[in-house]
Design a protein around this ligand. Structure first.
Ligand SMILES: Nc1ncnc2c1ncn2[C@@H]1O[C@H](COP(=O)(O)OP(=O)(O)OP(=O)(O)O)[C@@H](O)[C@H]1O
Length: 233
């Protein structure tokens, strides 16, 4: 089943040249996709299109079988709730503890305290932060904040997980552990798209499909896309 489909998608900011162009591809449900490419190639911009923070300036994006262009305002929040996002700059809520940041998606989904405690404790343990549950983000290191952001993104078992450089602030051992967490989530059915400079991470997930952005155009070096981009170099 296709989860994401891009047809002739382009994106420009203001009147600048297009930062993404001629994007034609499909992502299948249950896939694990690793987006790579040099700094400035457009990785974050592509992820923003995926998590609906940015509209394309041309072309069509279909997500969960919905054409996002024709989707009314009311439809967007429902779609977004199916997506877990790890932002490059974390975007934690500063006045909430690590525990409460991670609990947020469950609270928004209407779970009561009695149903929240255990899954949040498990997530804290998974990311190695059980002893930092009550700490607020400004008192956490960059790597710790990143792990809170990851825990928050995955706790509600999203259909689609989108992560922008999710191991950029942690050491090699923690990066390995986090990739293991993403791979486990993927095995449970979550489609994963993560952007990274660190190509060694691709090897950690057998079957991961590598997508390479170069100067705004997409390539498919591992040949895993069902409908690869038309302009493979
Ligand atoms: N909000 C914006 N307004 C104008 N230009 C932008 C904006 N966001 C990104 N750009 C430009 O778009 C291009 C692609 O940026 P983007 O952040 O998507 O690349 P990236 O591959 O994620 O880079 P990095 O690996 O350094 O995070 C860059 O030239 C950048 O300057």
């Amino acid at each position: 089943m296709t989860m994401v489909r891009f047809d002739s998608v382009g994106l420009r900011y203001g009147t600048d040249a297009e930062v993404l162009r001629d994007l034609d591809f499909q992502l299948e449900s249950g896939g694990f996709y690793v987006l790579t490419g040099p700094s400035g190639a457009g990785k974050t911009s592509l992820l923003k299109l995926l998590y609906l923070a940015q509209r394309p300036t041309r072309g069509r994006i279909t997500l969960f079988d919905e054409d996002i262009e024709t989707l009314g305002r009311d439809g967007l929040p429902a779609l977004r709730r199916r997506i877990g996002i790890v932002y490059q700059d974390f975007r934690l809520i500063e006045h909430l503890s690590a525990f409460d940041n991670i609990a947020l998606p469950l609270r928004i989904a209407g779970f009561g305290d009695e149903d929240i405690e255990q899954p949040v404790r498990e997530m804290l343990a998974w990311v190695g932060l059980s002893d930092r549950a009550r700490a607020k983000p400004p008192t956490l290191s960059g790597g710790e904040q990143q792990r809170v952001a990851i825990a928050r993104a995955v706790i509600a078992r999203p259909d689609l997980l989108i992560a922008d450089e999710p191991t950029g602030n942690v050491d090699a051992e923690m990066a390995h552990r986090l990739m293991h967490l993403f791979a486990g989530l993927n095995k449970l059915g979550t489609t994963v798209v993560l952007a990274t400079h660190d190509l060694s991470l691709v090897k950690e997930v057998p079957g991961a499909v590598m997508l390479r952005l170069d100067d705004g155009a997409l390539k498919d070096p591992t040949g895993g896309l069902k409908h690869p981009p038309g302009r493979v170099a």
